[in-house]
Every structure is written in structure tokens, then in C-alpha cells.
Design a protein around this ligand. Sequence first.
Ligand code: BTN
Length: 311
Amino acid sequence: MKKTKNTKQDILKLLKENKIISGEKIAKILSISRTAVWKHIKDLKRKGYLIKATPKGYSLIDNGDLLNEEELAYLPYKVYYYKEVTSTMDIAKEIAEKGEEALIIAETQTKGKGRMGRFWYSPKGGIWMSLVIKPSFSLKEAYLLTYIASLATALAIEKIAGIKVFLKWPNDIIYKENDKEKKLAGILLEVKAEIDKIDYAIIGIGINVNNEISSLVPEAISLKEILKKELKRKDIIKELIKEFKDLLKVESIKILNLWKDKSLTLGRKVKIIHPEGEKMGLALDISDDGALLLKTEDTKILKIYSGDCIH
Ligand code: BTN
């Protein structure tokens, strides 16, 4: 089973490295039969690759934004790729309970979950993924994961899309267009922990890349709308995972400073909405334990650990 998968990846690699390559040459390099080559080519076509057969050999045609297990095979996590799921968070939970670390990606979600119990619209073309990790953090440090994830997402978008983005507390990735601020991506964190140790964390990341935006969410925007062209989602995913792994090694104070540098929230009058009610005030800073410090009108300074923030 494993061998079949590797052979397919090897053939794909050869097709990517050579403009045109004959079945005979592939068979010779990989020490397999011509029939085996043909079968794998057929399978790759079924997976969505455009492979042209010419008298001189096979040639792979760039088909833009293809996402599948082969394309994501070089990530440092085991990848589970689906065409459609209820929510990648549901699959991630099952995998996390088995003790695995993994990345779960789906083309569409029928019951995408947003923060505060909201529905997350997840049509084709976006990045909808959940990362299951078993960090060596204490429960007290779990807050860092949302800061790390939103920073990694922002940095990856900036690098691949070549645009500047900002962060809105607690973890929205925002694009500024004239005087409008629009949401490009969001993060959802679920943690299972004991008193002093995290069993696992599931980081759900949703990025509007090549997808259409629902008219029901006018405050959202996609990278395709901004750039007027499509991007390869795998490039963003690879960069994001790289940034995420790098940031995991950085000390917490530096993470918070990096986050603050990109923040739109700090220095603004904001309204915080959370289950116990609403609070208005000036967003002063982020405390060392990850809370938003809010100076209210009666000049009290409140520490807000969760909620929604309206600018
Ligand atoms: C937010 O409300 O801003 C958080 C949105 C998180 C959406 C992502 S998409 C992948 C993962 N699966 C879900 O159902 N939600 C998260």
C-alpha cells in the first residue's frame, strides 16, 4: 500500500521536473513496468491532474489550484484530505482522541464552525483546515496558540499574496481597503487539557482564498477579490505551517510583541461582547498572560480573556 503511494508521488515528481517524459523512461527510473506507469498516470488523472499523452511522452499541464494528499505530502504533519466534511473540527477531534498529530483539510464544509457558535461559510476555493497538535505547553500558556496561529496565518498571506494584513483581537485576519476593514481569515481554538497539561489542541483555520463570499457576510473578503487572480492554496498552507512551527519555538513575550505590531485593536475604542454581557472601553494592551486590557469609562482596567471585539 505504502509503496503504491510513494510510486505515484515519484511519478508526479518526475512529471513536475520534466516538461515531457516517456513512460519507458519513468518505468526505467523507478524500476517498474510500463503497465504500472500507465495505471498510476490514470490514477493521477482521476485525482484531477491534467496529463497530456504525446508521442514523445507524458507532460503535466499546470492546473492551478489543485489540492490533494499528493500535493500536501511534503508537509511535516500527516495530512487527511477530504472533498466534503461537516467540519474539519469534527474529524480533527476523532484523530486527536487517537493521540495523533495531523492536518485535516477539506474542499468544503457543510457545517463549518465559527467562533461564538457562529456558522462559518465554507464553499469551494477556500482553505478550511484543522491542525491537531500535542504541544508541550501548560494550560496557562494555551492562549499563546491563537496568537501564534493568527500570526502564522497573517505572515503566510503576506508572503504568498504580497499584501499587508492586520490582526483584530482575538484572532481575525483583516485586510484594509480604503476606510473599510474586511475579514480575510479566522481562527478557532479547541483545547483538551488536564489541570496542568494540554492533552491536545485543535486549531481551526479558515482563509478566504479563491472562494466566493456569501452576500450574508458583507464584512468578509477573499484574496481572489483583492488580487483579481487565483492563488495556489497549497503555497499558503505550506508557508503557514512553516511559520507556525517556527513561532512555536519563539518565547511568549516576543510572540505577543509580534502580534501587537500587527494589531488594529490596540489604541482603539472597542466594544467587547461575551456571554456575560458587553463592555466598552479603550483597548490598551495585551497582558503577559494573553488578556486584552480594556480601560472602561469609569477608568477601571479590565482583563478580557475571551469574547468578540467590535471596533
Ligand atoms: C472565526 O469565527 O473567525 C473562526 C473561523 C474558523 C473557521 C475554520 S474553517 C476550518 C475549521 N473548521 C471549522 O468548522 N471551523 C474552522
